[in-house]
Design a protein around this ligand. Structure first.
Ligand code: NDP
Length: 276
């Protein structure tokens, strides 16, 4: 699978499984664990999680899913903005490591911008990196102005920005993604299926029918065709975990990409970054 270079020299795979909404119901735990294990068995190389998801329980499920595996996946987790102080970031990261039974998180993100000065959070990220507890760090839900401010603090360490980006929400195409590409900062596209809302769109259904794939696969293949983009669809269902991985086998022709542009036009001007 393709991967993108990070400042530490590590490689981030362009595809993985998301875990938001996991860990919220004890009744679903076994199914969620099974879905992540199944994803890993199929070769998903990356898991995206956060201390927020299930208030830590999603990270526990991730920890259980990866424990004992010879080749562990690339792990992304995130710190709550209200925990992102100089000391709080370090304590939050240590809790996440314990829950996932890990010694190091591959990519650690500030989940969204809060009131704690970015410089404090970044100082903590540097300390965590020096201690070997994280390999790379970055941000999430940062529009261009926030990202410029973050990059001004530390241009060489900013490893990624995770934002809402999919066919039906193409705002980042106008300025954010080009800016990130110029600096080789990967964009992690969250909610790539718009949490399922994208799947019923008739234009997508029609094109998927012509290509002989599912609408989910087409939506994911479009993201995978965008340079510098990583995506992390979530599913707690075995069959959908398999289906989503199938997007990697789809190559979109210039004609199909043009049809998708017609059905889901790129923005003509600045749109404020949307957030879920
Ligand atoms: P997605 O766009 O990945 O959609 C997930 C939803 O779609 C779930 O309800 C899932 O149901 C369903 N689904 C998944 N695959 C299929 C399929 N093939 N066919 C039909 N339905 C399907 O939304 P998310 O918001 O979960 O985004 C993905 C990940 O991005 C999150 O899990 C999280 O890790 C990250 N994220 C980060 C945010 C941030 O602020 N940084 C914000 C939002 C998400 P089911 O599970 O039942 O299969």
């Amino acid at each position: 699978m393709r991967s993108l270079n990070l400042p530490s020299g590590a490689q981030m795979p362009v595809f993985g499984i998301g875990t938001w909404r996991m860990g919220e119901s004890a009744r679903m735990r076994a199914q969620e664990l099974d879905a992540i294990r199944h994803a890993l068995d199929l070769g998903y190389p990356l898991i995206d999680t956060a201390e927020m998801y299930g208030e830590g329980v999603a990270e526990e499920i991730v920890g259980e899913a990866i424990s004992g595996r010879a080749d562990r996946p690339f792990i992304v987790s995130k710190v709550y903005p209200h925990n992102a102080s100089r000391q709080g970031t370090i304590a939050a990261c240590e809790r996440s490591l314990r829950r996932m039974r890990l010694e190091r998180i591959d990519l650690y993100l500030l989940h969204w911008r809060g009131s704690i000065p970015l410089a404090e959070t970044f100082e903590a990220f540097h300390r965590l990196r020096e201690a070997g507890k994280i390999a790379d760090f970055g941000v999430s839900n940062f529009d261009l102005d926030d990202l410029e401010e973050a990059a001004a603090l530390d241009d060489r360490s900013m490893a990624a920005n995770q934002v809402l980006y999919c066919l039906s929400r193409r705002g980042p195409d106008f300025d954010l993604l080009p800016w990130m590409r110029r600096r080789s900062i990967p964009l992690m596209a969250y909610s790539p299926l718009d949490q399922g809302r994208l799947l019923g769109k008739s234009a997508l259904r029609k094109l998927a029918g012509e290509l002989g794939c599912t609408t989910a696969q087409l939506a994911l293949a479009w993201l995978l065709a965008q340079p510098g983009v990583v995506t992390i669809p979530k599913s707690a269902t075995r069959q959908r975990v398999e289906e989503n991985l199938g997007a990697l086998d789809i190559t979109l022709s210039p004609e199909i990409l043009a049809e998708l542009d017609r059905a889901f036009p790129p923005p003509r001007g600045k749109q404020a970054l949307e957030m879920l």
